[in-house]
Design a protein around this ligand. Structure first.
Ligand code: NAP
Length: 249
């Protein structure tokens, strides 16, 4: 395994579960000092223990991304843990309550936008200027295939990720000239702790893709880590579908 992230600090939000956990492990394997965030400290500590046992460097920082003060504290603590810098930001944490538009409580709507849009926005506001001042950095945002087409029951979720997709391009324009690359990954149905509640519906959704099966977190993580690495040096403002081909058909 290459050590191409040696000397770099990476913040992975939601790194204690699913896709984020896979990304944290892969970045640590490749030499990054990884900061994992989430609300569930037990899951966070377990992820840190596993990464350390495999020879990696990781810390867990508890943060509720629905709360702006918590978002800002997370950024500050990550900079501290990184010895003054965060080189990679993976905006992975997200929530996806589904349901008919007429039945979405205002509290759910607000929470979706707080966690999926406002938190990445202010993490970037805190961290990207520091990356820009050092002349390098990489940010990868997690969106979804349903940010690109309409699916009944996913209006609030899909629209929040569509906002994040546009932010990816806006930030590429804003921070790219200073050496900070901002990209996004758009996963299709992927089996995680978070999607377990969907049961067979996840398989049904995967059945609409050319691949015709549900993805694994490690398959999505590979694309995310590629975009965060120097191997993607020419890639700015891109949205990479990792969805078994769903957006192609
Ligand atoms: P998951 O297993 O449910 O994990 C979500 C992560 O986000 C958890 O680590 C959770 O940590 C964290 N999180 C949620 N709310 C939070 C909050 N208020 N404050 C802090 N952390 C919070 O999800 P996943 O399936 O791996 O999805 C990861 C990302 O990929 C999400 O952005 C999702 O929208 C996107 N995505 C997933 C799929 C899929 O099929 N799995 C498809 C397309 C896109 P705590 O619970 O500890 O807070």
């Amino acid at each position: 395994m290459t050590q191409d992230f040696a000397g770099r600090t990476a913040l992975v939000t939601g790194g204690n579960s699913g896709i984020g956990r896979a990304v944290a492990g892969l970045l640590a394997d490749r030499g990054a000092r990884v900061v994992i965030s989430g609300r569930d400290a037990a899951r966070g500590d377990k992820a840190v223990e596993e990464i350390r046992a495999a020879g990696g460097t990781a810390d867990f920082v508890q943060a509720d991304l629905a709360d702006l003060d918590s978002v800002r504290s997370l950024a500050a603590r990550s900079i501290e843990l990184g010895g003054g810098h965060v080189d990679v930001l993976i905006n992975n944490a997200g929530i996806f309550p589904f349901g008919p538009t007429a039945e979405v409580p205002v509290s759910d709507f607000d929470e979706v936008y707080a966690v999926n849009v406002r938190a990445p926005f202010y993490l970037v506001a805190e961290l990207a200027p520091l990356m820009a001042a050092r002349g390098h950095g990489a940010i990868v945002n997690l969106t979804t295939m349903v940010a690109s087409f309409g699916l009944a029951g996913m209006a609030a979720y899909g629209s929040s990720k569509a906002a994040l997709q546009l932010l990816t391009k806006a930030w590429a324009a804003e921070f790219g000239p200073a050496g900070v690359r901002v990209n996004a990954v758009s996963p299709g149905p992927t089996r995680t702790e978070g999607t377990a509640v969907l049961g067979e519906n996840l398989d049904g959704l995967a059945g609409t893709t050319p691949l015709q099966r549900v993805g694994r977190p490690d398959e999505v993580a590979e694309g995310i880590v590629f975009l965060a690495s120097d191997a993607a040096s020419l890639i700015h403002g891109a949205v990479l579908p990792i969805d078994g081909g769903r957006l192609a058909v």
